[in-house]
Design a protein around this ligand. Sequence first.
Ligand SMILES: [Zn+2]
Length: 92
Amino acid sequence: MNCTSSCESKDHNSYAECLQSKRLGFMGVSPSRDGYDQTKVKKDDKEIQDYWSATRQGIEPRSTRRADIDAAVKLSNEAGKAFDGIKMTFKN
Ligand SMILES: [Zn+2]
């Protein structure tokens, strides 16, 4: 499972790919089937920003969920190395 829970197509090859398509969706004007939920979009958008901020440091959260992002950043800070949540190991 590479896709985020809110992904509709679930056919992406990686989190990054899924996030990119998601991100493009946010910039588009078409509302989702459930209607446009500004609160949810803002929350998701913040998570994605934090996710990208972490990945820019070499950290790879297991998912785009807040808990996974925070855990990966915390582990990385404590270890002084970037945590790779996909392989569940630290990068050198
Ligand atoms: Zn996807």
